[in-house]
Design a protein around this ligand. Structure first.
Ligand SMILES: [Zn+2]
Ligand SMILES: [Zn+2]
Length: 265
């Protein structure tokens, strides 16, 4: 597996992705430290719950890393255009390069992206044909992790037995309430935001419409088609194996050669 890295030089994007990474780091450090590990040591919860939290956290940060560093579908300077697809290509009037239809020029990245969905500052990258599946994974795992965090924060106060072996002088013990309130607040914000984004993204995938096309009346009449959810997701993820849809550490191969110019991440 060869994973090529792609970085966008944009200080505003770096700031946004740092905020997202900071929220992940905060909860991955404090939730086990305040809730999971002390309750596991006192025998209140099984070890499997601790492992599940770290697994959800690892999948979430892997999806973030891959979505932000994968090539979204940048066009090469001198692309090979199959003869049968020539009428499906057009010239970009901003970078003066040939590109397949449904590509868009991203002014933040400074180049065209195949089947571009949108530019996302929170991952500091475009979302296009080659990394859309990673963006969907990121939305999914962020929902899982933030909901898990919210449930644990809630249980810490209303359900779990009180801890008996607590060092009252420790920073985390003295500031437990404030630390958990920040965790619950970030959990509500991330779960709410990601749920609505994931719903909108899935509606777009199922109707074969990008976010850019949805905002354009002309394109919505041209491209929107209804497909089965299995086929739509298989095409976006580049595989029919449903388990692989959930794995961020793999490369994507397009399912078939259609009218889009294909490559792989
Ligand atoms: Zn362009
Ligand atoms: Zn972009």
């Amino acid at each position: 597996m060869k994973l090529r890295l792609h970085f966008v030089v944009d200080p505003m994007g770096w700031l946004c992705i740092s905020v997202v990474f900071g929220i992940w780091l905060y909860n991955t450090f404090f939730v086990p430290k305040l809730v999971l590990l002390p309750h596991y040591e006192e025998g209140h919860i099984p070890w499997a719950l601790v492992v599940c939290y770290y697994l959800a956290s690892a999948l979430c940060v892997m999806a973030l890393f891959r979505a932000s560093t994968a090539d979204p579908g940048r066009l090469p300077v001198d692309p090979h255009i199959p003869h049968s697809e020539r009428e499906q290509w057009e010239l970009c009037n901003k970078c003066n390069l040939m590109r397949p239809k449904r590509s868009h020029h991203c002014s933040r990245c400074g180049h065209c992206v195949r089947r571009m969905d949108h530019h996302c500052p929170w991952i500091n990258n475009c979302v296009g044909e080659d990394n859309h599946w990673l963006f969907l994974q990121l939305c999914f795992y962020t929902q899982v992790l933030s909901l898990f965090t919210l449930v644990l924060d809630f249980c810490q106060y209303y359900y779990f037995q009180p801890l008996t072996r607590l060092d009252q002088e420790k920073f985390t013990t003295r500031h437990e309430l404030a630390l958990l309130r920040v965790s619950a607040l970030t959990g509500v914000v991330m779960f709410g935001g990601m749920s609505s984004l994931f719903y909108a993204q899935m509606a777009g995938v199922l109707s074969d419409m990008t976010t850019i096309e949805k905002m354009s009346q002309f394109s919505s009449e041209t491209y929107g088609t209804k497909r089965s959810w299995q086929w739509a997701l298989a095409e976006v993820c580049g595989t029919r194996w449903k388990l692989l849809w959930l794995l961020p550490l793999r490369s994507r191969q397009p399912l078939h050669t259609g009218h889009h110019y294909r490559s792989h991440v």
